[in-house]
Design a protein around this ligand. Sequence first.
Ligand SMILES: [Ca+2]
Ligand SMILES: [Ca+2]
Length: 297
Amino acid sequence: MIATAHAGVVKPASWTASSSAPGSEGVSYDIANVADARQSSPWVEGDEGSGLGSWIMADFGGEKTITGFTVWAGVWYTLEYWNRYNRPKLLVVEFSDGTTQEVTLTDEFKPQTITFASPKKTTSIKMKVKGVYTGNTFNDTGLSEVVFHDAVPAPHVAVKSYKTSSTFPADGDGNYEPLNTADGILDSMWCEGNTTGDGTSEWFEMDLGSSQSVARLVLRNGNAYSFPYFMKSNRATAALLTFSDGTTETVAVKDSVSEQTISFPPHATSKVRITFTTVKKGSEFNDLCISEAYLLP
Ligand SMILES: [Ca+2]
Ligand SMILES: [Ca+2]
């Protein structure tokens, strides 16, 4: 099973930080950016020096049982900017009872999921930067997103693996792999990579590993980063769902940046292929993208 940020997500009631870098030209480095479901918007500390000793703190507004977290370490605006800024290497994680754990992160432009040795009851989690990987331009440390997990099973049907008709090649903004549709992040997405078409007839398939009952598809269509970006890229307006026994359902897909739940008659199936049968063209890019997609019973 793929560990996704959907699974057992605990949303903090509030966040605070030791400091934040001043924004400029409409760009903010505020602490709110670590929990806005967008990997390209970072918190950047505003302390003197490299960021050692700087911290962020999540307040859960009551006691929660936290099993770990997923972190998008560094400034994920683009890969170039990720290299420019410091990335946290060592975090001291402090719980509300005063106990601490040290977490070492790898220096990779990909989300990292940390699972605690045992689930921890706590009302808050503070993460203090104790070591950094040094950026090549700016001596400031950033974190683009943090998602906490608990042990409560998510309602989503687990996906074992994905297949696609095509996938857009990775570029300076990151990759366009289908796993991006299961991370809860609006500006990470699967985009088809057929250079001659607009995405019509392109598909991706979820392998559920075993027969599961599915009756709803939850989608964030297109590039869901923001409404202006949504308008720039192609999005789907209809899809054909194909199940492992060969049966199909035709469904309409709303041309909307908002989350939509598409219901269909229940099917017991080990695979669901979603073929996008009609596409609305964007104003700038001629590639079909899907930001989030998961199945419910
Ligand atoms: Ca963010
Ligand atoms: Ca996503």
